[in-house]
Design a protein around this ligand. Structure first.
Ligand SMILES: *[C@@H]1O[C@H](CO)[C@@H](O)[C@H](O)[C@H]1NC(C)=O
Ligand SMILES: *[C@@H]1O[C@H](CO)[C@@H](O)[C@H](O)[C@H]1NC(C)=O
Ligand SMILES: *[C@@H]1O[C@H](CO)[C@@H](O)[C@H](O)[C@H]1NC(C)=O
Ligand SMILES: *[C@@H]1O[C@H](CO)[C@@H](O)[C@H](O)[C@H]1NC(C)=O
Ligand SMILES: *[C@@H]1O[C@H](CO)[C@@H](O)[C@H](O)[C@H]1NC(C)=O
Ligand SMILES: *[C@@H]1O[C@H](CO)[C@@H](O)[C@H](O)[C@H]1NC(C)=O
Ligand SMILES: *[C@@H]1O[C@H](CO)[C@@H](O)[C@H](O)[C@H]1NC(C)=O
Length: 447
């Protein structure tokens, strides 16, 4: 028994080392950096009441606790602008969730699926809370600048990446009304059918919403209405409608408690996330040279394919549905370049080969389509759930249509969809994946 345990740990440790090396190549985090971040967190925990003055300070950093081996050192606190009207302590636990989801060295690899959706949701909720007092669903330019910078500072003080504005492509203009002509609560409520909006979006079914679009269509309708400023004779303008969607999100969150609002926004963003493929494809020329038209040398072709995939595997953790989309996109691109053989079959390419790798070829790590948040605990450090065991073959596209997230996926029962992830079936095959090293590191199979 002991031996088995030891073996398991050694194996997992190897896995982690491989991942760490891989992360390190692109974003070099030295052991010193890790210690620095931890002590930063420790320090800011002690000082949290200064950030959020109140009689009973909210648990600003409940997830982050000192690890026994990390020495305490002094780090400075974030000094805030003093010119931001948002009440950060009203959403302290969401900020802390955001900081963990956007944890320093994992943020670039989780930006698309976990970190930025949570970052956006917290900001919208902060604005919604602000509107309850101010009656405004936007910040003026000065406030927007100061608030975004304060928001980033607080997150950083809790261990978040310091490039979140770039990673999540957000600028202070995103906190203003931008080009939406309706941005105060009174006018909003005079134009929009608010009871219909609330009925559709007060709660979203994270599994059904992506197909049935109950809430999404109510949001789009509302955004269109206010984009036309109550009249109907303005032409559709997609920039303005997008800006108005942000206003709708803010209003919506002001009517829900922060935690339900967060569930709604994350549910909606999952639908968008799973629709696409966030990877960028380099030129396929090396592959088409080896695999094009008549494959003369299978070994050469598969080598070229493997080499090509290794470029994708450095980019990002993706969900299983995203991997399905990525496989279809790459397949179509190859077909366009006259690669007519099914090279996925030929070279035994599976969906996991499109994800960031955490070791050997067999340990691609796909996030579930309803990804969990990143977690922190003292024993295992920073972790998230991914799938190391499923080996779903990549599907060579037979038509030039992307697999939709509604009908098509039901034809792939092996795919760990949202439903099976929730039922616990999927969890059996998943692991909580720790990114942070500590002496007591354990990889916990969730059974
Ligand atoms: C900010 O929110 C907290 C928690 O909801 C509340 O206790 C406090 O009064 C608010 N501060 C201001 C200035 O509104
Ligand atoms: C911020 O605004 C820019 C356009 O000004 C837009 O492209 C981008 O998607 C917005 N970001 C978010 C998170 O809404
Ligand atoms: C759409 O609105 C934006 C912002 O108001 C404006 O810059 C752009 O010119 C408009 N486009 C059209 C086609 O009306
Ligand atoms: C919005 O409508 C009001 C009247 O309801 C009008 O005064 C204002 O100019 C309109 N704004 C835009 C940007 O169309
Ligand atoms: C096929 O390609 C591999 C790797 O590129 C090479 O080692 C091998 O000699 C090639 N075989 C033939 C028959 O050309
Ligand atoms: C294509 O092959 C060249 C030469 O072997 C290599 O340097 C390059 O990284 C390859 N590019 C891709 C996208 O595979
Ligand atoms: C694909 O093959 C067709 C017909 O053989 C040819 O006309 C076309 O140029 C080829 N395309 C590429 C990208 O090689």
């Amino acid at each position: 028994m002991k031996m088995l345990q030891f073996k398991m740990r050694a194996h997992l440790f190897l896995l982690l080392c491989l991942l760490f090396n891989c992360l390190c190549r692109f974003h070099c985090t030295t052991a010193d950096d890790v210690q620095g971040y931890l002590s930063k967190k420790i320090k800011s925990k002690a000082m949290a009441p200064d950030i959020a003055p109140s009689a009973d300070p909210p648990p600003f950093i409940p997830l982050i606790a000192p690890s026994p081996l990390i020495p305490f050192t002094d780090r400075s606190l974030p000094s805030l602008s003093g010119f931001c009207s948002l009440n950060f302590s009203a959403v302290a636990s969401l900020m802390s969730k955001t900081a963990t989801d956007c944890w320093d060295s994992s943020a670039p690899y989780l930006a698309n699926v976990i970190c930025c959706p949570q970052f956006d949701a917290s900001l919208a909720i902060l604005m919604g809370q602000f509107s309850k007092i101010s009656g405004m669903l936007y910040l003026d330019k000065t406030n927007a600048r100061n608030c975004l910078s304060d928001f980033q500072m607080i997150l950083e003080s809790q261990g978040a990446n310091n490039q979140l504005q770039n990673l999540c492509s957000i600028r202070s203009e995103n906190l203003t009304e931008a080009s939406c002509p309706v941005s105060d609560v009174k006018k909003f409520e005079s134009i929009v059918d608010t009871s219909r909006l609330l009925a559709a979006c007060g709660k979203v079914d994270t599994v059904k919403e992506c197909c049935h679009q109950v809430c999404q269509s109510a949001i789009l309708d509302s955004a269109r209405k206010i984009a036309r400023n109550g009249t109907s004779d303005l032409p559709e303008n997609s920039t303005r409608i997008d800006d108005c969607k942000n206003i709708v999100f803010r209003w919506l969150t002001s009517k829900l408690n922060p935690s339900s609002a967060n569930d709604v926004l994350r549910g909606l963003s999952n639908c968008n996330v799973n629709k696409g493929c966030p990877l960028s494809f380099p030129s396929t020329i090396n592959v088409t040279k080896e695999c094009g038209y008549m494959i003369s040398n299978q070994t050469g072709c598969c080598k070229a394919m493997e080499n090509y995939l290794s470029h994708l595997q450095k980019q990002s953790f993706i969900t299983n549905l995203q991997a399905l989309n990525c496989a279809a996109l790459l397949g179509m691109e190859l077909q366009k370049a006259n690669v007519s053989n099914n090279v996925y079959d030929l070279c035994h390419i599976s969906l996991k080969d499109f994800s960031l790798q955490v070791g050997s070829k067999e340990s691609g790590c796909l996030l579930p389509s309803l990804p969990s948040d990143v977690t922190y605990d003292e024993a295992s450090g920073i972790g998230f759930i991914c799938d190391l065991n499923d080996n779903i073959e990549a599907t060579w596209p037979s038509t030039s249509i992307l697999p939709g997230s509604c009908n098509e996926t039901t034809k792939l029962p092996a795919l760990p969809t949202a439903t099976s992830a929730q039922s616990g079936l999927y969890k059996k095959k998943s692991v909580l994946f720790p990114l942070l090293f500590s002496s007591s590191l354990v990889l916990t199979p969730l059974i």
